[in-house]
Write a protein that binds this ligand. Structure first.
Ligand code: SAH
Length: 251
């Protein structure tokens, strides 16, 4: 009896000795940075999730603009949502930001940013600041960003988040986006992140020649992204993908 227990113990030790080096080898071979970074703080977990978001939700779905990809790899989306939602900040979905509004799904932010064909010297208008995340992405790829939010509390919070993150080229005002922001017009690009039933005329007027507007249009929850391009002598409208944004409110 004693002999067989001793034999079992000996065999277990041998198995353990064989198994241990292979576990250690696998870890150090496949996940050295992840293990190293994770051990510092939870913030680094967000970094890992952000890179995965860019690979699987954005690049894999066809976004190719290197400046958009680099920016989405950098901007801390979790800083734009409140505590209960931080752990979901990099998931493939819109999230609540209060006042029955949402931050758009990451892919949609990337899609709109790429489609607007923004250059580093551009001046951009955004309608629907929400939490300020899309504005931050635009702030990274454009020279100046003007963003309008109709709900004063959201505008104030976005302003605070953006200034804490050090953005100095983004101005947020409380107001009705239907009127645009005439003082800074014309804009090289206009991105609208709430859906009107038809494209507001003021926005078409405030778009620069050769500029692009990317806007969800449609009543209820059935909308399409319209890409409007202004040329010297005409307006070209192209319907691209079906989307679901919150409706654009009237004051
Ligand atoms: N771009 C935002 C998501 C916006 S959700 C982000 O990155 O978080 C749409 C926002 O549009 C909401 O905050 C809503 O209050 C705002 N909105 C709705 N109608 C508006 C209007 N007429 N003018 C300006 N903002 C409006």
């Amino acid at each position: 009896m004693n002999f067989s227990w001793a034999l079992i113990a000996l065999l277990s030790c041998c198995l353990l000795l064989i198994a241990l080096p292979s576990c250690a080898g696998e870890r150090s071979l496949h996940t050295p940075e992840i293990l190293g970074e994770n051990s510092h703080s939870g913030r680094d977990q967000f970094e890992i999730e952000r890179q995965e978001m860019v690979e699987y939700q954005i690049r894999d779905r066809g976004i190719q603009d290197q400046r958009v990809l680099a920016t989405m790899s950098k901007v801390p989306r979790h800083e734009f949502v409140e505590s209960p939602w931080k752990d979901f900040a990099y998931s493939d979905r819109p999230l609540p930001i209060g006042h029955q509004q949402t931050i758009s799904q990451p892919y949609i932010v990337a899609y709109m940013s790429e489609t607007a064909e923004i250059s580093p010297d551009d001046k951009v208008l955004e309608i629907g600041t929400g939490c300020g995340y899309q504005a931050a992405i635009l702030g990274e790829i454009a020279k100046e960003v003007y963003s309008i939010e109709i709900i004063p509390e959201l505008a104030a919070r976005a302003r605070q988040t953006l200034s804490q993150l050090g953005y100095e080229n983004i101005e947020v005002k409380t107001g009705d986006g239907y009127q645009g922001w005439v003082e800074h017009a014309p804009y090289d690009a206009i991105i609208v992140t709430a859906a009107p039933e038809k494209i507001p005329q003021a926005l078409i007027e405030q778009l620069a020649t050769k500029g692009k507007m990317v806007i969800p249009v449609g009543g209820g929850w059935h909308q399409d992204i319209i890409v409007l391009t202004k040329t010297e002598d005409r307006i070209i409208k192209e319907k691209t993908i079906p989307v679901r944004f919150v409706p654009m409110r009237r004051k």
